[in-house]
Write a protein that binds this ligand. Structure first.
Ligand SMILES: NC(=O)c1ccc[n+]([C@@H]2O[C@H](COP(=O)([O-])OP(=O)(O)OC[C@H]3O[C@@H](n4cnc5c(N)ncnc54)[C@H](OP(=O)(O)O)[C@@H]3O)[C@@H](O)[C@H]2O)c1
Length: 313
């Protein structure tokens, strides 16, 4: 494994014809506000140039404070950072899309975002409650919104130049095709859970054939069981190439053409996750062919209820 290659700087062209996304991304799904700010700042300073945010993470303001501080110090320029954020389920009605988008921009202290995505294909009851429930504790869905109508409202934001590209998240191949086929502005990215226990090869193949970037979240397995970082195929390769399991997982994700999203609050993990380099072909083959476990860690695709986000206090 070379330490001097440019794997960490790989960019994938977007289908809007003018932009590209730095493939190695830093996710901001961090429950603690102070940790969010510290981690975002550290990630920018270490070299991450793609940041994934969401109104549902309830911390865009802290991400915004961290970015503003780094931009003001002159260490990094806004134009060199790719920022994406996401529309939550209670804002799927077309008339709610713009206000939700504007609120995200305000919290992030930005004039534009590089990518705005629909967080899940599930529409919840429109209103300010992110997690609307009936008296039995069941989520209240919204029959009055369709994914394609929400998409049209997303397209208007691109028309007005407020976001450079739009995307989907937590969709399956069928839902992606449904939007892709009718979209005037095609989805630039699809953000889904993906790692060696959930490689999503068919979706990745469709994305590559159609110029869509596949952003892979939980790239390190989100730290939950079964622990991907303890997977024997990964730990053996890590030892052989003198890298950590996390670095092997991120290199694999980049080398197969996805844009992995990882999150860390510990400074040493943030540094480690940027210090990656290319794996030899035999290691890639071992990961592709030697791991048979198949697990989805986040059930959000089934219900729209986020799996990794703690309930509001
Ligand atoms: N679209 C969606 O519905 C959706 C869903 C989930 C996530 N996402 C996005 O994807 C991002 C990443 O997801 P994720 O949080 O599941 O990522 P992950 O990187 O798979 O898991 C994060 C966990 O791994 C630990 N970790 C990070 N680097 C490590 C290292 N080098 N060695 C050992 N442990 C390490 C972190 O620890 P510490 O925090 O203790 O440092 C944290 O507990 C999120 O922040 C979010 O932006 C999107």
């Amino acid at each position: 494994m070379s330490d001097t290659d440019g794997l960490r700087y790989i960019k994938i062209p977007l289908n809007n014809g003018s932009d590209e996304i730095p493939a190695l991304g830093f996710g901001t799904l961090i429950p603690d506000p102070i940790a969010t700010k510290d981690a975002t700042k550290a990630a920018l300073e270490v070299g991450f140039r793609q940041f994934d945010c969401a109104e549902r993470y309830r911390n865009e303001d802290r991400v915004g404070e961290a970015m503003r501080a780094v931009f003001q110090e002159g260490k990094v320029k806004r134009k060199d950072v790719f920022v994406g954020t996401k529309l939550w389920n209670n804002n799927h009605r077309p008339e709610r899309v713009r206000p939700a988008f504007e609120a995200s921009l305000r919290r992030l202290q930005l004039d534009y975002v590089d990518l705005y995505s629909i967080h899940t294909p599930f529409a919840f009851k429109p209103g300010d409650e992110q997690d609307p429930r009936d008296r039995n504790g069941n989520v209240i869905y919204d029959d009055g919104a369709t994914l394609t109508n929400t998409w049209k409202a997303m397209e208007s934001l691109v028309d007005e130049g407020r976001c450079k590209a739009i995307g989907l998240s937590n969709v399956n191949l069928g839902q992606l095709k449904e939007v892709f086929d009718v979209a005037r502005i095609k989805p630039a990215s699809v953000q889904v859970e993906s790692h060696p226990y959930l490689p999503e090869w068919e979706l990745l193949d469709y994305c590559k054939r159609n110029g869509i970037v596949m952003q892979a979240f939980a790239a390190l397995g989100h730290g939950i069981e079964p622990k991907l970082l303890d997977e024997r195929v990964i730990t053996v390769i890590a030892k052989r190439v003198k890298k950590t399991p996390a670095q092997v997982l991120l290199a694999w994700a980049l080398q197969r053409g996805t844009a992995p999203l990882t999150t860390a609050t510990h400074a040493r993990y943030i540094e480690e996750n940027f210090d990656i380099s290319t794996l030899p072909d035999d290691a890639i083959k071992e990961i592709n062919e030697g791991i048979s476990t198949r697990v989805r860690l986040n059930p959000v695709v089934n219900t729209g209820i986020p799996g990794f986000i703690p309930k509001a206090s």
